[in-house]
Ligand binder design. Structure first.
Ligand code: DX5
Ligand code: ZN
Length: 237
């Protein structure tokens, strides 16, 4: 069986971009292998760091060619959903741990015309999504503790991705599985094989010596190569 059943989407994270040159960064991603632009919002309360918010998203959206994937690492995200939609978000992901009324928040995101995602911190069990899975467009599995770019990938994520995959199948949900944190050339293949549909990458893309456009192209080629090898192995069986 070909486990790499379709090309995963690549979502470079602006957190690692040159924040003094966001127009240039957004424009050079426009013709890259990036499928989505990942935008990390941190409030200094839900996570121990503050990043950027609505005015910066608005500025990026003026130059963006790809859908903007907004990852809200904030408390009380329900108060800001329409503002993020108006600023340019296509996908809005809230944290399970930040939403006592998660079902309502997910419906609100969808009513705004955005895709709705729910993120799980590394310690949050996948099984908690059972009663919301059918309502979701996206499940984001954190593969580091949220708050900072450049952290090491937590290996248990692979098991979690496989568990989400099976939970979504059981729920009849076609939600995409996104993985965020420490993604690189080594873990990307195993993640896709485990069921990941969207790979977020910050430092791997923006700190690459060859530059972000080449780093994304290399990652895309690497994954396509794995897919071809798997397909060839399938044919030999
Ligand atoms: C972490 C953010 C990530 C981060 C990923 O809290 O949600 O999106 O930017 O960056 P890397 O790929 O450097 O771990
Ligand atoms: Zn993120």
């Amino acid at each position: 069986m070909n486990l790499l059943r379709r090309a995963p989407l690549l979502a470079p994270s602006f957190l690692a971009a040159d924040l003094a040159n966001l127009q240039a960064e957004t424009e050079r991603l426009a013709t890259s292998a990036a499928d989505w632009l990942h935008f990390d919002v941190m409030d200094g309360r839900f996570v121990p760091n503050i990043s950027f918010g609505l005015p910066v998203l608005q500025a990026v959206a003026r130059y963006a060619k790809q859908p903007i994937d907004v990852h809200l690492m904030i408390e009380e995200p329900q108060n800001y959903l329409s503002a993020f939609r108006d600023a340019g978000a296509s996908i809005i992901t809230v944290h399970y741990e930040a939403c006592p009324h998660l079902h309502r928040v997910v419906q609100q995101i969808k009513q705004l015309g955005c895709r709705a995602g729910v993120a799980l911190n590394p310690h949050t069990p996948v099984a908690l999504l059972e009663d919301i899975a059918a309502d979701l467009d996206l499940v984001l599995i954190m593969s580091v503790n949220p708050g900072f770019g450049g952290q090491a990938f937590i290996p248990n994520t692979l098991k979690k991705v496989a568990m989400v995959k099976s939970l979504l199948l059981d729920a009849g949900s076609d939600a995409l599985i996104e993985v965020d944190g420490g993604v690189n050339m080594t873990n990307a293949g195993p993640l896709v094989e485990a069921g990941a549909d969207v790979l977020v990458a910050g430092n791997f893309v923006f700190s690459a010596p060859e530059g972000p456009v080449a780093a994304l192209a290399n990652l895309r080629d690497h994954l396509a190569g794995l897919e071809m090898n798997t397909a060839a192995a399938d044919r030999r069986q």
